[in-house]
Design a protein around this ligand. Sequence first.
Ligand SMILES: *Cc1c(COP(=O)(O)O)cnc(C)c1O
Length: 343
Amino acid sequence: MSKAKPTDFDWANLDFSYHDLPFRFRTFYRNGRWEEGKLVTDSQISLSEASPSIHYGQQVFEGLKAYRRPDGGINLFRPNENGKRMNRSAKRLLMPEFPVDRFVEAIKQVVLANKEFVPPYGTGATLYLRPLMIAIDSVVGVQPGKEYMLNIYATPVGPYFKGGLTPTAFVTSQYDRAAHGGTGRAKVGGNYAASLLPGSKAHETGYSDVVYLDPIHHEYIEELGSANFFGITKLGQFLTPKSPSILPSITKLSVLDLSKEMGLKPAQVQISINDLDLFAEAGAMGTAAVISPVGSITNQGEKHVFYSETEPGPITLKLYNRLTGIQFGTETGPEGWVIDLGK
Ligand SMILES: *Cc1c(COP(=O)(O)O)cnc(C)c1O
């Protein structure tokens, strides 16, 4: 595959797909320690055919973005939180932790080395970064590897849900994403493998993605595909589900703070699929999804419409503007959320 060039891109019409940029960061864990690591040009990776990452799913990943400001500078949004979460995921799969300060440093290196691929401000597009840690050595029985690779690539992306702030339709699934004592809280590929079938069934029947319900009662909302759920009650309160198998979204963590700042009295509580009438608005939260309005949820053949199927609700829009204002540097957010990488 040939390397992408900045002139290849129509920034305002980017989709969510991979492009082979000039540089990625790569480091190896051998003999019980992480090597220094460096930027490399080769986008192919090499590993043992017996690696537990490909046989037993011993792999974790992250996702974050770099944002172009109106003044031409570049922002990172809370990359330290991604570093911390990657280490929590790694611990769950008996993989080595990578120091958070080195993680942030590596992210900076990848963005700066590919900076002409950070899309211009105003196009809605961003540079997506994908850290990946995998076992690379040989193991036959079920046991963890001893050697690992951490690779961080970047690719320019447009909005994840086509239409951006246009509400989309979701449908509940009989499948589970994760079990309470399983790996739902860890950002691991196995959770995504389990979501491919229900996701594709939802797409085939005209839905944007699946609403996963809790794996015990099939009643309480867990996640919306690969994003966290929120609802704004008719009394104006911000609610998001509480469960041990939800992936703790950094977007959600941030929106919880911002909704508090806006007086929305945020709370994390169990949310029953039978109580959708409580909500005036609903949405999905994630780095890729940003804040996406949910137009409707269909459960057992019954469609529940929230604010509107064509327009975002006013509080959803306010949260979206506040969050993206901080990320793109047009508004000041809480201390330490944004790292300024300069121009
Ligand atoms: C990554 C992810 C999210 C979103 O997390 P952010 O940190 O906001 O990007 C939500 N749900 C799942 C299952 C995820 O993997």
